[in-house]
Design a protein around this ligand. Structure first.
Ligand code: R2B
Ligand code: URA
Length: 302
């Protein structure tokens, strides 16, 4: 195939290519992935053809550290930072790409659009995206890893909302259940505290997550706890700021998606993130260690 169609003519399962379905792209000879400083026509785009797993999360420093740690543990050489812009970092370790996405869906959506196009141009196939993040727990202890089974927007719908052409466009924001199960089982196997549940995607850290410690607040402590109770009733175990967008964009790109986040605090006990530095380091490696064990098992079977 030319890398844009999936499966084979007779309908049997073939390689699943990463899809960038925008028809306008076909008419553009060049495409400059501005936030990475990578050009479609540069010779090395095909070096991304072997990518099978894209690991992403908010912080640039954390993703540089993850990439280097993964390289060390698995004996796979780590590339230099392949992003020449200072918005995002990108490291490649064999079939695994490490990219940060900043905070919130708007930042992440820029990263996903450009990485999806990159992998589409490279004709990468059978790719999974995993978001390795931090979150606020809802009734879960700090340090617990939450594997998302699904995502909810601020209206508690399993949808991602975008404004396009003056209209509200809602798209499905569902996650791959088999990937979620594999990540969860890997956590259990490693003896890391892990739970699964729904993830609320908020559009901000303070009022959008019903915190009482933002610069502004026009609800009561009772309102906050009522909201957290309602979240629990909807099966929500944690709150972060990218889940619905991540689920929606990956689905449109024909890639599997998983979200695995450590809870930095239990929101039933407070709003401030005050964990000691050593605990923070320990906690942020928990979802990473699960993903590494998962990837190593995958690589062994490639
Ligand atoms: C989790 O942590 C960040 C906010 O501190 C945000 O990116 C998220 O989803
Ligand atoms: N990230 C969030 O979005 N919320 C929290 O409470 C902690 C991390």
């Amino acid at each position: 195939t030319n890398g844009t169609t999936n499966g084979t003519a007779n309908g049997t399962a073939g390689p699943q290519y990463v899809q960038a379905t925008n028809p306008h792209l076909k008419t553009q000879a060049e495409d400059f992935l501005y936030h990475f400083g990578i050009s479609k026509t540069s010779g090395d785009i095909k070096s991304f053809k072997d990518i099978k797993i894209v690991c992403c999360g908010g912080s640039a420093g954390r993703f540089e550290m993850y990439a280097k740690q993964f390289g060390k543990d698995s004996g796979i050489p780590v590339s230099k930072n392949l992003s020449s812009s200072d918005r995002f970092v990108m490291y490649k370790t064999g079939p695994v790409l490490w990219v940060n996405h900043g905070m919130g869906v708007p930042s992440m959506s820029i990263m996903l659009n450009e990485v999806i196009k990159l992998l589409h141009y490279a004709e990468a196939s059978d790719v999974s995206f995993i978001r390795i993040g931090t979150s606020g727990g809802v009734g879960v202890a700090p340090g617990t890893v939450v594997v998302s089974n699904g995502t909810l927007n601020g209206l508690f719908e399993e949808k991602h909302t975008q404004y396009i052409r003056r209209q509200v466009v809602k798209r499905d924001a569902v996650l791959d259940q088999s990937l979620a199960k594999e990540l969860y089982d890997t956590g259990l196997r490693l003896g890391i505290p892990v739970e699964n549940g729904m993830t609320l995607c908020a559009d901000d850290f303070y009022e959008g997550q019903m915190r009482l410690d933002g610069a502004f607040c026009e609800y009561t402590a009772e309102d906050k706890f009522e909201f957290l109770k309602l979240l629990k009733e909807h099966g929500v175990r944690n709150i972060e700021m990218e889940a619905t967008g991540f689920a929606s964009f990956t689905k449109r790109a024909n890639v599997k998606a998983g979200i695995i986040c450590v809870a930095l605090l239990n929101r039933l006990n407070g709003d401030q993130v005050t964990i000691p530095h050593d605990d923070y380091i320990k906690f942020e490696f928990r979802p990473f260690n699960i993903v590494c064990a998962f990837i190593q098992a995958k690589i062994a079977s490639l």
